[in-house]
Design a protein around this ligand. Structure first.
Ligand code: FAD
Length: 551
C-alpha cells in the first residue's frame, strides 16, 4: 500500500530540496493544488499548520452538489460547473461520493411556490446535462409523507425529489494528500509558515516556518509559492505585501447533529427559510446533520464555534419543518462551525456573495487561491497550478499537462461500489469477526484501502472491536490512522479519520481512554503526553458545547 514516508524523512526533504511549488495550507484546496502539481511532474511541498483538513475542510456540509440555492442568485455558471465536477468526483471517488436523494418540501402559503420549485429543479436537471444523477420528480403530499413521515405538517403541499451527493470532506482532503505523496510530493502537517522568503528582486522564493512538534525553525525553498490558506488567505497576502487590501469576507456556517432516533429522516431534506437560506437535514448513520448558517464573522479566524444564535436558528428551522420531532437544545449531540473564505463584493449581502473561486497572482509571484467549494476542488487545483506554471516558465521549468481531471483517487475501487462491497464481504478472513454493516462502512470510508484496514484485524483480532459500542467504527481505524494516514492527535482520529466527535452520543468521550491507549502506543506517547492529549480532546468537546453556557 502506498502511504506517507516517515514524518522525519518528509521534514528533512522540506529543508533539503528546492521545490517547483510550495503550497501553504492543507485543506481541500491546497491538497488539490499539490496533487495537481505532482501529477504534472512538478516537485511540490505541501505544509499545513494543523492536521490535514483541520481548517474549514472538515467542517463543511459534506455535500458534493451543484448548489441549488445559487440558481436563485442567478449564478447559473457556478451551478453548471459544480454539477459537472459532481459527476467527475462520483466517477473518480465513488467510495467517497454517495448519490443521495433529497426532498425539497413545498408548502401552501409559505416557502418556495410549487411552480418555482419545478422550474428550479428542471433547470438543475438541465445543467446536470444528463450526467448520471437521476432527474427530479414532483411528489404529491401523500407520496412525500410516504417517503418522509417526519415532514407531516398541515401546510405541506408536496415536495420535489432530486439527487445530489454526500461525502466525507476530511477524507476527500486526505485522499488528495495521499495521492500527492504517491506522486512524489512532500506533504508535512503541523508545520506553520511564519513568513515568506523573497529574492533580491522581490520575487517570492519560499517560506520560513516552524515544525510545531519540535518547535524547530525551518526554511523551505521554492520557485513558486501558492497561498491556499482559505480563511487565513489575507494574512499571507499581507506578509507578501503590507499594503495589500484585504479581499476576504469571512462568513460563519454552523452545523449541529441530533440523534437519528430523534430526527429519523430516511433521506436528505433541503428546506428553505424565510430569509432565503437553504437548510439541510442529512442522515449520517447514528445522527442527522443539520445546517447551515451564513453570517459575517467578526472574531478571530482561529476562534470559530457555533454561537447560541446559530444553534437557535437551525433548531427553529428544524422545528418548523419537522414539527413532530419537537427538537430542543437537549437533543443536540455536537456542533461545529467554520468560515467560508468568500471574495468580498462591495454592496452585496453575505448570503449573495459569490461562492466562485478567485486566483490572484501578486507582483511577487505569490499565487493566492480562495473561495470555491469542496465540490470544485479538482478544477481549482488545476487552475492554481496553471497560474504557478506561468511563473515557473520564467525559471525555465515547464509543467506537464494536468492529469487530475481523470485520475482516480487512491481508494477508488476498480469495480462499481455494490460489486466492490460484495467482494469485500466475500473476503472472509476478517469478516468472521466483523458484521456486514461494519465491512460495508469500511468499504465506503476507505474504498479499496479497506483491505488494509481489514488486514490489521486479521493480524490482531482485538482491533475488530467497535470504538463506541453500537457504531461501526472499529479500533483498527485508530491504528490505521496513526500508521498510514498521518493522524497525530485524538482529535485527528476521533473527528477526522472517524466521525465520533459528531456521531457518537458522547462525542467520543466514552471511548477516550482506549483511543488514547491505541494511539499512544502507535505514536510512542509518554504518560504525560497521553494525559495532555486526552485533556486537549476534552477541551474541543467542551468548546463545541459552549453555546449552551452562552445562550
Ligand atoms: P481550509 O480548509 O480552511 O484550509 C486552509 C488551511 O490552511 C487550514 O487547514 C489552515 O490550518 C492552513 N493554514 C493557515 N495558515 C497557515 C500557515 N501560516 N501555515 C500553514 N498552514 C496554514 N463546499 C461544498 O462543496 N459542499 C458543501 O457542502 C460545503 N459546505 C460548506 C459549509 C460551510 C459552513 C462552509 C464554511 C463551507 C462549505 N463548503 C462546501 C465550502 C468548502 O468547505 C470550502 O470552500 C473549503 O473547505 C475551503 O477549503 P480551503 O482549503 O480553501 O480552506
Amino acid at each position: 500500500m502506498k502511504a506517507f514516508a516517515p514524518r522525519a524523512q518528509r521534514l528533512a526533504a522540506l529543508e533539503e530540496r528546492i521545490f517547483d511549488v510550495l503550497v501553504i495550507g492543507g485543506g481541500i484546496t491546497g491538497a488539490a493544488v499539490a496533487r495537481d502539481a505532482a501529477a504534472r511532474g512538478l516537485s511540490a511541498a505541501l505544509v499545513e499548520k494543523g492536521d490535514w483538513a483541520s481548517g474549514t475542510s472538515w467542517r463543511s456540509s459534506k455535500l458534493i452538489h451543484g448548489g441549488l440555492r445559487y440558481l436563485k442568485t442567478g449564478n447559473v455558471r457556478l451551478v453548471f460547473e459544480s454539477l459537472s465536477e459532481r459527476a467527475r468526483l462520483s466517477r473518480l471517488a465513488p467510495h467517497l461520493v454517495r448519490p443521495t436523494d433529497f426532498l425539497f418540501p413545498a408548502y401552501r402559503g409559505r416557502g418556495v411556490p410549487g411552480w418555482q420549485l419545478d422550474v428550479g429543479l428542471t433547470l438543475y436537471d438541465l445543467l446536470a446535462f444528463g450526467r448520471e444523477a437521476r432527474r427530479h420528480r414532483r411528489l404529491s403530499r401523500e407520496e412525500t409523507l410516504r417517503r418522509e413521515r417526519m415532514l407531516e405538517s398541515p401546510e405541506l403541499a408536496g415536495a420535489g425529489l432530486y439527487s445530489d451527493g454526500r461525502t466525507d470532506d476530511a477524507r476527500l482532503t486526505l485522499e488528495n494528500v495521499l495521492d500527492a505523496a504517491s506522486l512524489g510530493a512532500e506533504p508535512v502537517s503541523r508545520v506553520a509558515v511564519e513568513a515568506l522568503e523573497k529574492d533580491p528582486q522581490g520575487r517570492v522564493r519560499g517560506a520560513r516556518g516552524r515544525d510545531l512538534e519540535s518547535g524547530r525553525a525551518l526554511v523551505i525553498r521554492a520557485r513558486t509559492v501558492v497561498n491556499a490558506t482559505g480563511p487565513w488567505g489575507d494574512t499571507l497576502r499581507k506578509w507578501d505585501d503590507a499594503d495589500a487590501h484585504a479581499v476576504l469576507r469571512l462568513s460563519r456556517g454552523a452545523h449541529l447533529t441530533v440523534p437519528a432516533a430523534r430526527l429519523p429522516v430516511a433521506e436528505a431534506v433541503a428546506f428553505p427559510m424565510d430569509d432565503g437560506r437553504l437548510v439541510f437535514a442529512v442522515p449520517y448513520g447514528s445522527v442527522t446533520l443539520l445546517g447551515t448558517t451564513d453570517t459575517d464573522h467578526r472574531g478571530a479566524v482561529e476562534d470559530v464555534r457555533a454561537a447560541p444564535e446559530d444553534v437557535a436558528y437551525i433548531l427553529t428551522a428544524a422545528r418548523r419543518t419537522f414539527p413532530a420531532a419537537a427538537l430542543s437544545d437537549a437533543d443536540v449531540v455536537s456542533t461545529f462551525a467554520s468560515l467560508r473564505p468568500l471574495v468580498a463584493q462591495p454592496g452585496v449581502g453575505v448570503g449573495e456573495t459569490s461562492r466562485e473561486e478567485a486566483i490572484e497572482v501578486a507582483p511577487s509571484g505569490l499565487v493566492t487561491v480562495t473561495g470555491g467549494k469542496l465540490t470544485t476542488h479538482v478544477r481549482m487545483g488545476r487552475k492554481a497550478v496553471d497560474a504557478a506554471a506561468k511563473q515557473l516558465a520564467a525559471s525555465g521549468v515547464s509543467a506537464g499537462r494536468s492529469r487530475t481531471s481523470d485520475r482516480p483517487f487512491p481508494g477508488a475501487p476498480a469495480q462499481p461500489m455494490p460489486e466492490f462491497v460484495a467482494l469485500l464481504l466475500g473476503g472472509r478472513d476478517a469478516n468472521q469477526y466483523l458484521s456486514d454493516e461494519t465491512i460495508t462502512h469500511l468499504a465506503y470510508r476507505y474504498g479499496r484501502r479497506a483491505w488494509d484496514v481489514l488486514r490489521l484485524t486479521v493480524e490482531d483480532r482485538s482491533l475488530s472491536r467497535p470504538i463506541v459500542e453500537g457504531l461501526s467504527d472499529i479500533d483498527a481505524e485508530i491504528v490505521f490512522g496513526a500508521r498510514f494516514e498521518d493522524a497525530r492527535s485524538l482529535f485527528d482520529v476521533l473527528a477526522r479519520r472517524t466521525h465520533l466527535f459528531w456521531q457518537a452520543p458522547g462525542q467520543g468521550m466514552e471511548a477516550l481512554e482506549r483511543a488514547a491507549d491505541l494511539l499512544g502506543k502507535e505514536l510512542g506517547w509518554t504518560p504525560d503526553r497521553r494525559r495532555s492529549a486526552c485533556d486537549e480532546y476534552g477541551r474541543e468537546v467542551a468548546r463545541s458545547r459552549e453555546w449552551k453556557q452562552r445562550s
